[in-house]
Design a protein around this ligand. Structure first.
Ligand SMILES: [Zn+2]
Length: 107
């Protein structure tokens, strides 16, 4: 099933010239925290990614991700549903071209 690759296809698309949140052309400083639209987009992406990702250590599905979006880079963490509750994490950074969304990898 190709769903596994769908989030990464979205990632590649978002890292290109596609303006996902409309900040291009608007004077914003890099230290400004993510706006609501950015937080919403990151939540949607990682809810989808976590639902389609299995733990690389034990193969268990991942729980809902927790997102800390009070500053850049945005930190994402999710634990697997296995007995060991392996931790997976990812960062999201703002780049001149859009958002750079990393894959959820085991921490
Ligand atoms: Zn695990």
């Amino acid at each position: 099933m190709e769903w596994f690759f769908a989030p990464w296809t979205l990632m590649a698309y978002m890292s290109g010239a596609f303006d996902t949140t409309g900040w291009q052309g608007i004077e914003r400083n890099w230290y400004e925290p993510p706006v609501h639209a950015e937080r919403w987009l990151i939540e949607i992406v990682y809810e989808t990614v976590a639902a389609e990702t299995r733990c690389t250590r034990c193969g268990a599905p991942l729980d809902h991700p927790r997102i800390r979006a009070d500053a850049w880079p945005v930190r994402v963490a999710a634990r697997c549903r296995g007995t060991a509750r392996h931790r997976h994490r990812a960062d999201v950074s703002r780049t001149p071209d859009g958002l750079r969304i990393d894959p959820l990898i085991r921490a």
